[in-house]
Design a binder for this molecule. Structure first.
Ligand code: SF4
Ligand code: SF4
Length: 440
């Protein structure tokens, strides 16, 4: 069957068989320290609303910000605030965190107060749970002159190893559909489409069956190709529309894209008045004894997840938060699960092997693979020469850091690292320019 997709992309080994089809298990430890970084989203960090010694409950708001682009943070356990201190996060940085000693009672706070749906989604602390962490209430507040035609649920789950969305669709199809229906009430002229890669036939079958009574919602199977789940690629495959280059947004072409877990969380907020306190995380990789999908309270230590999966079997040489293509390399398992954590991977030397970088042979494979139609080799060259103007002029800021070019490169060029450096340098230069202009 000719399934819709986008131009470019790659086919990394899927490695999903390790955890797919396994029912989601709940992990609720009876003790331990739970850690909540104050910045778990794109936008302004939160400020603590609790202090050392305070008793907190599950679902109690512990941090918030007045900024529009921000989202509050809730405790996933009941217990006592031990301290507010700098702690390491999954990215390996040190961030101010609220540390709560879990009393194992899981005593619940009062549910959220009902309000306008978009306000309620903010009050529930919902952000893009696929890893992007963009506050969902901001996505659901497009400019008035941008009519929305499509609400797309991103159920592609194109990253290798990850199966948390697949298993969530199998376990909670009605909840995801109700979450989407709730969003469609906010945008009454829009249609809902759930885009699922065709390597999840069970999820496609279940979601299609359960969407039958929702005339505005359809399920669209998609070709299996990485990065099918990137917003622009998903919009192209489902609607045929091209999102223009940065700074354009999906709303510019009448679309809003929500992750599967985000849509499920919208259901919990709007139907059950519950804030975001839990996360479903795929724990996988060939160094994990028994890969699983676990439902865990936010703030739990990654080490607890690994232990719940039987610990390590092979020596892990690489730990990744997220998928292997776009995830973050971790320095330690003593870091907390946050809103954006959808996977924890532990890979042995066999899978994490990195060949030596060699000279570019100008084969063009990176150009063929780039879903953003950039010239990766040229951009890499510009960054290595510290020619950031050329990098910017040739669209470097549009790179979505998907890693398709690096995957395709026979010379193992460290391309994504190069673009990250290039983008950081351009952003720094822009900031400095703005500061200089403000001084004038
Ligand atoms: S240049 Fe950027 S967008 Fe293009 S393939 Fe490489 S990482 Fe992906
Ligand atoms: S794929 Fe690698 S070797 Fe080939 S042109 Fe691109 S950077 Fe050069």
């Amino acid at each position: 069957m000719n399934l819709p997709t986008f131009l470019g992309g790659v086919h990394p080994p899927e490695c999903k068989e390790l955890s797919e089809g396994k029912a989601i298990e709940n992990l609720m430890p009876s003790s331990g320290e739970f850690i909540y970084p104050l910045s778990q989203h794109i936008g302004a960090p939160c400020s603590p609303l609790v202090k050392k010694g305070d008793r907190v409950l599950v679902g109690q708001k512990i941090a918030d910000s007045e900024a529009f682009v921000s989202a509050p943070i809730f405790s996933g356990v009941s217990g006592t605030v031990k301290e507010i201190a700098l702690k390491m996060t999954v990215a390996g940085n040190f961030d101010t965190c609220i540390v709560i000693t879990n009393d194992g009672m899981y005593e619940k706070a009062e549910p959220l107060e009902k309000s306008d749906p978009v306000k309620m989604i903010r009050s529930a602390g919902i952000v893009g749970l696929g890893g992007a962490c963009f506050p969902t209430h901001v996505k659901l507040s497009p400019p008035k002159d941008k009519p929305i035609d499509f609400i797309i649920v991103n159920a592609a789950e194109c990253e290798p190893f990850l199966t948390c969305d697949d298993n969530l669709m199998r376990a909670c199809p009605d909840e995801i559909i109700k979450g989407l229906e709730k969003v469609l009430e906010i945008f009454p002229n829009a249609k809902g489409v759930i885009g699922i890669e065709s390597n999840k036939p069970e999820a496609i079958k279940i979601m299609t069956e359960h969407a039958k009574n929702s005339p505005k919602i359809s399920v669209q199977p998609l070709k299996v190709k990485y990065p099918q789940g990137a917003e622009k690629m998903l919009i192209k495959a489902i609607t045929g529309r091209e999102v223009p280059l940065v700074p354009a947004l999906p709303a510019d072409v009448g679309c809003i894209v929500l992750n599967t877990a985000t849509t499920y969380q919208i259901y919990l907020a709007l139907e059950k008045n519950l804030p975001l306190t839990e996360k479903i995380v795929t724990v996988s990789g060939d160094a994990v004894a028994s890969p699983k999908n676990l439902r865990v309270p936010l703030g739990i230590s990654v080490k607890e997840l690994i232990d719940a999966c039987g610990g390590f079997v092979n020596d892990p040489v690489k730990l990744i938060a997220g998928g292997p293509m776009m995830g973050l390399a971790m320095r330690s398992v003593d870091v907390p699960v946050v809103k954006g954590t959808s996977g924890i991977l532990a890979l042995s030397k066999k899978l994490a092997y990195l060949s030596e970088e060699s000279s570019c042979i100008r084969c063009g494979k990176c150009v063929e693979a780039c879903p953003m139609h950039l010239e990766p080799t040229f951009l890499d060259h510009a960054v290595r020469l510290r020619d950031y103007e050329t990098f910017e002029a040739h669209g470097g800021m549009n790179c979505i850091e998907c890693g398709s070019c690096a995957f395709a490169c026979p010379a193992s060029r460290h391309l994504v690292q190069s673009y990250k450096n290039g983008k950081a340098a351009v952003n720094e230069a822009r900031k400095n320019k703005a500061k200089a202009e403000a001084k004038k």
